[in-house]
Design a protein around this ligand. Sequence first.
Ligand SMILES: *Cc1c(COP(=O)(O)O)cnc(C)c1O
Length: 430
Amino acid sequence: MSDTESYGFDTLQIHAGARPDPTTGSRQTPIHQTTAYVFRDAEHAAALFNLQEVGYIYSRLTNPTVAVLQERIATLEGGVGAVCCSSGHAAQIMALFPLMQPGNNIVASTRLYGGTVTQFSQTIKRFGWSAKFVDFDDLVALEDAIDENTRAIFCESIANPGGYITDLDQIAKISNKALIPLIVDNTSATPYLCRPIEHGATLVVHSTTKYLTGNGTVTGGCVVDSGNFDWSSSNKFPSLSQPEPAYHGLKFAETFGPLAFTFFGIAISLRDLGMTMNPQAAHYTLCGIETLSLRMDRHVENAETISEWLEKDSRIDFVSYAGLRSSPYYKRVDKICPRGAGGLFTFGVKGGYEACIKLVESLEIFSHVANLGDTRSLIIHPASTTHRQLTREQQEAAGAAPNTVRVSIGIEYVGDLIADLDQALTKATA
Ligand SMILES: *Cc1c(COP(=O)(O)O)cnc(C)c1O
């Protein structure tokens, strides 16, 4: 589709990146279930391998179905390019890989998805990388944590659990001053609720497993590039600014300009790390993303209604949702995610650990799963599942105390969801 600037979000979520198949007329994007692509001739093959011509070589690098999804997400986020990969956690590695050398670090928010905390505090050490965790409401501490080996700042737009919204504009001021990229995980918000690039993000990462696909069918991830970072402005990013030996000394920043990060992601990161999205997964996500705005509006509406109902209920200790006036982050909603604070929140149940377990087991519509961002309503008790390895202090710092459950509110009829919570709370607190 041409002239994407002038279309609204609802149009772009259906059309961006796609057009009828030129040979068959197929209206829906075909699933290109192929590993390789026939070269026109030897010269064509050589041009593709030299990155002189853009085209399809092998599906570890690029695939036409995945390419449509990449362009769709890049457009919705307002970026210049995007690279899809096999999961949200793969996307985080894909975001860091072009930036980091052994000995480098990132400064990351303390308020992150649990799996991301593990990836950053443990696993990346094996690459010689490290992470420093800071409270992103303490801007002085954030600035102090940045040193000469820091290569990125990492946070989530809306962080779960705990209903926290990051003041992205403030964080971007700090990353700009330090001349390092700001990476924002926009999974919980989606580009419909928040567009991090407009608040100064350099790169946006997604677990497409969640709201972008929307119905809990496939795992996937994506890194979107704003195209706004000058990788040659310092000697901090040699992978992008210096000659690449595996491509005859080509310099990505010089050759591809604002698309340097995206081309590196395909030509080096996917080629050598191989964490590729498959075309079936891209198909499911393309189908899901067509209804993103409609679903997000309903997720938000249901989450607002249910959180208000819970807050008034005497069986509840607290509700942490930025969409509630009582939340310390309510005032950031208008600025960062004006269409609403998303569909995830936590609440505390009187009766603690045992009552939470009974609540989870008594619900009929809500499913007890470790996923989020599904059309279905989901619940989990972090202290007995995702956060059970942590100490009591760590659980509380993560917003996952023994009396706390996390819900991902689905798009079902809200009256049924409230009735289900009501009957289960009665059993849980009897
Ligand atoms: C789920 C999730 C991830 C990890 O994504 P996977 O697709 O499960 O690998 C990262 N960040 C956030 C905010 C998530 O919700």
